[in-house]
Design a protein. Structure first.
Ligand code: OSB
Ligand code: MG
Length: 367
C-alpha cells in the first residue's frame, strides 16, 4: 500500500470526571489522531499522548513535532506491505513511542480493510469478548470514592483499580477493602514511592490486592526486583516497559509478575504483540492498560485485548466512563462486565467525522 496522504489532528476532549494521579489532576485530553490514506482506504490511529510530560517525556507538542518533521516524511509516498516495513521506515527515530503508535495503528487499520479482516483477527485475537475494569483517580473523600466504586460495580465492571500515592494509600485501601471484602482490587502508584518506602509498601500486602502497579521510579527495573522479593502482592510494571526487550529484562530480574501493555507506551500494536507473546511463553499474564483513549484508540486496544494472554481485566471501560460524546459509532459499551470484540472488517467501530471535526483544534495535512 502506498501512503498518499497523512492527516494529523490535535483533538481536545473533556473528561466527564476529572482524574487525579500521584502526579496531578486533569480534566481534559489532547490526543493526536492520525489518518493514513492509501488505495482508496483511510486508516485511523490515535496517539494517546498527554499534554504534560508527567507520565512520560512525550507531550502533545513533541508528538506533533516528531510526526511532522521525522515520521511523516519517511512514510509519505512510500509503499509498504507489512507493519514491519512501515516501522523500519522511521526506525531511526528513538523513543517517541506515543507518536509512532498513532501512525502504526492507522496502518494496521488500513491492512485490516485491505485484507477484509476484523483487526482483532489480523492481530491474532481469539477472544469474542474481553473483561472490563475501571481505573479510578485519587479522591480526597474516601466515602465518595466508595460510592463511586459501588456505582462501577453495579454497572458490572470486573476489577477496580485505584490510584494511590503517599498519604493516600494504606488508610484508603483499608476502608475500601472493608467495604468490599472480596472484589478484584488493585492499586496504581504511578512511581510515587522509592525503596525507602519498602516497609510502608509491605502494609499493602494485607489487602489481598491483585497487584500493585508501578510503585517505584518510571525508569527503574532494579529496585522493583528488590521490592518484589519483599512483597507477597505481585508487582505490575507500566511506565518502566517500552519494548519487548525491556519486558524480557524485567522478567529475568524478577522485577514484576504481571505487565500492563499499552500500545502507545511501546510504540504500537506490533511491539505490544511481541510483549504479549514473550509473556505468554513465560507464563506471565498481561492486561491492556489505558490512557483515557478516545473511541479510536480504545477500538485498537479492544482488538489487541482479544489475544489469548490478555487474561486479566484491563483498563478499557465504556465510552460513558470517559466522555459525554465519543468519536465512534457505536460507542463502547460494557455489558455484564464485558466488551464484545467486533467481528466486522476493520476497527469494528466507525469514526464519526462530524464529532471529530467538532473537537479538533488543529489539523495538519501532508500530500
Ligand atoms: O498509569 O495506567 C496509568 C491514565 C493516564 C495515564 C496513566 C494511567 C492512566 C490510567 C487510566 O490508569 C486508564 C484508562 O484509560 O481508563
Ligand atoms: Mg499505570
Amino acid at each position: 500500500m502506498k501512503i498518499e496522504r497523512v492527516d494529523l489532528l490535535h483533538v481536545k476532549m473533556k473528561l466527564v470526571h476529572p482524574f487525579e494521579t500521584s502526579y496531578g489532576r486533569k480534566d481534559h485530553l489532547d490526543h493526536v489522531l492520525v489518518k493514513l490514506y492509501a488505495d482508496g482506504l483511510v486508516g485511523y490511529g490515535e496517539a494517546a499522548v498527554q499534554w504534560w510530560p508527567f507520565y512520560c517525556e512525550e507531550t502533545t507538542v513533541t508528538c506533533l513535532h516528531v510526526l511532522q518533521e521525522f515520521v511523516v516524511p519517511s512514510i509519505l509516498h512510500q509503499e509498504f506491505t507489512t507493519v514491519e516495513e512501515l516501522v523500519q521506515a522511521y526506525g531511526k527515530v528513538r523513543r517517541h513511542n506515543f507518536a509512532k503508535s498513532g501512525v502504526e495503528m492507522a496502518f494496521w487499520h488500513l491492512l485490516s480493510q485491505a485484507y477484509n479482516q476484523p483487526l482483532a483477527q489480523l492481530l491474532g485475537g481469539t477472544r469474542a469478548e474481553i473483561e472490563s475494569g475501571v481505573s479510578i483517580g485519587i479522591e480526597p473523600d474516601t466515602d465518595y470514592l466508595i460510592k463511586r466504586i459501588q456505582g462501577f460495580l453495579a454497572q458490572g465492571y470486573r476489577r477496580i483499580k485505584l490510584k494511590i500515592g503517599p498519604g493516600k494509600d494504606v488508610e484508603v485501601l483499608r476502608k475500601v477493602r472493608q467495604a468490599f471484602p472480596t472484589i478484584p482490587l488493585m492499586a496504581d502508584a504511578n512511581s510515587a514511592y522509592t525503596l525507602r518506602d519498602l516497609e510502608h509498601l509491605q502494609q499493602l500486602d494485607a489487602f489481598d490486592l491483585l497487584m500493585i502497579e508501578q510503585p517505584l521510579a518510571h525508569d527503574d527495573i532494579i529496585d522493583h526486583a528488590t521490592l518484589q522479593r519483599a512483597l507477597t502482592s505481585p508487582i505490575c510494571l507500566d511506565e518502566s516497559i517500552h519494548s519487548a526487550e525491556d519486558a524480557r529484562k524485567a522478567l529475568d530480574l524478577g522485577s514484576c509478575r504481571v505487565i500492563n501493555i499499552k500500545p502507545g507506551r511501546v510504540g504500537g500494536l506490533l511491539e505490544a504483540k511481541k510483549i504479549h507473546d514473550l509473556c505468554q511463553a513465560r507464563g506471565v499474564p498481561v492486561w491492556c492498560g489505558g490512557m483515557h483513549e478516545y473511541g479510536i484508540g480504545r477500538a485498537h486496544n479492544i482488538a489487541l485485548s482479544a489475544l489469548p494472554n490478555f487474561s486479566i481485566p484491563g483498563d478499557i471501560s465504556g465510552s460513558d466512563k470517559y466522555y459525554a460524546e465519543d468519536l465512534i459509532d457505536p460507542v463502547v459499551t460494557v455489558e455484564h462486565g464485558k466488551i464484545r470484540v467486533p467481528q466486522t472488517i476493520g476497527l469494528g467501530y466507525t469514526p464519526n467525522e462530524e464529532r471529530i471535526a467538532r473537537f479538533t483544534v488543529q489539523q495538519l495535512t501532508f500530500t
